[in-house]
Design a binder for this molecule. Structure first.
Ligand SMILES: *Cc1c(COP(=O)(O)O)cnc(C)c1O
Length: 387
């Protein structure tokens, strides 16, 4: 088998937009393939004994996962390889398993609805309790930390785009010995690095921006802490939410263009946010990149950009909001986000979505199409032309 695909140590200081291209490739030997292989195996040849460092079996490790895990760690600035999972929610479940039975988790009221539903399920079975907080209200979050076991953060939040003061909250949790995890799916490590701000663990739905082409479901957890990593890996091995090697390969293939995709989609998101704010058929736009947005100053201080998701509340009732979604032609009406194609969804169509999310709120995931085509489509749909 070809040698392990590490970026040579001499190049350890490469910038993130180079890491996504250079990482996870075979060692530079003559006739080596330029790109990584998909290693399809359920088991590994052993040496007689059982060394804990052995690959041993396909539920514990896989070289194709490791290509991606190495790149994710470099992007997040972690001292240890990341851990790939079968989905983002599997990574979330693994982190929640770190909470002792009967423990308490502080969670943003507005989080990814799957994470909220998973936590609610654990609560309903008496395994933990949760305290819901407004993540933009630093005092409220800090007040909830005493005696908590885990501070779960999302910033910007899905779908309300509230921005948490990451450095302040992570420091407050550390002082109180509360474990912290940041879901960094919306920002990506090119825009926000929670470990640098003091987080213990970062999770990703790799399904979204990292893989970037709406063709794979995958997740990841990243930490610099050896003990936490061992517990997470143990949970992954025992619970079996492991990714397929092909999905891992697809994710790395997608990540090659992450920097370009993010640059383009963020620029377009900013432009659309400015135009939408002026549109007569729009009641409200939430986007941290807009000066005047409640999260703007914080986001500018802790992020290298503002992401590519917008929350837009059109004028009118639920039927009118649905009509906007259904009359779009360039935008695709679908759940999910972070792909090359622009998607739009009225979030409250999901019954699990918190009722504090406005019923007419549309979540826009801005892709990499031409900004004018996206704008003309939105303008036409919002203005009720062809409806
Ligand atoms: C999609 C999403 C998840 C869940 O990831 P899956 O890959 O769908 O399991 C978790 N957090 C956020 C913020 C998401 O957008």
């Amino acid at each position: 088998m070809t040698a392990r695909s590490q970026i040579p140590p001499a190049h350890g200081s490469l910038r993130p937009d180079t890491v996504v291209v250079a990482g996870g490739r075979p060692a530079p030997e003559h006739d080596a393939p330029v790109g990584p292989s998909i290693v399809l195996t359920s088991t590994y040849r052993g040496s007689g004994g059982l060394d804990p460092a052995d690959r041993a079996y396909g539920r514990y490790s896989n070289p194709t996962w490791e290509d991606v895990e190495d790149v994710l760690a470099r992007l997040e600035g972690a001292e240890r390889p990341g851990l790939l999972y079968a989905s983002g929610l599997a990574a979330v479940a693994s982190v929640l398993s770190l909470v002792p039975a009967g423990g308490r988790v502080v969670m943003p009221r507005h989080s990814y609805q799957g994470s909220l539903a998973l936590a609610a399920d654990l609560v309903s079975r008496g395994l933990l309790t949760t305290t819901a907080v407004d993540v933009a209200d630093t005092e409220e979050v800090v007040a909830a930390l005493d005696g908590a076991d885990l501070l779960w953060l999302e910033s910007p939040t899905n779908p309300m785009l509230e921005v948490a003061d990451l450095p302040a909250l992570l420091a407050a949790a550390r002082e109180r010995g509360v474990l912290t995890c940041v879901d960094n799916t919306f920002a990506t490590p090119l825009v926000q690095r929670p470990l640098d701000h003091g987080a213990d663990v970062v999770v990703h739905s790799v399904t979204k921006y990292l893989a970037g082409h709406s063709d794979v479901v995958l997740g990841a957890a990243v930490t610099s802490d050896a003990g936490l990593r061992a517990r997470l890996k143990g949970h992954r091995s025992l619970h079996g939410a492991v990714p397929g090697p092909f999905e891992a390969w697809l994710a790395l293939r997608g990540m090659r263009t992450l920097a370009l995709r993010i640059e383009r989609s963020m620029a377009t998101a900013g432009e659309l946010a400015r135009r939408l704010r002026e549109h007569p058929a729009v009641a409200q736009v939430r986007y941290p990149g807009l000066p005047g947005d409640p999260g703007h100053e914080r986001a500018a201080a802790q992020m290298d950009g503002f992401g590519s998701v917008l929350a837009v509340v059109p004028v009118g009732d639920v039927a009118a909001a649905e009509a906007v979604v259904q009359s779009l032609r360039v935008w695709t009406p679908a759940t999910s986000l972070g792909g090359v194609e622009s998607l739009v969804e009225r979030r409250r169509r999901h019954h699990e979505e918190p009722h504090s999310v406005p019923e007419t709120l549309l979540r826009l995931s801005v892709g990499i199409e031409n900004v004018e085509d996206l704008w003309e489509d939105l303008d036409r749909a919002l203005s009720g032309i062809d409806r």
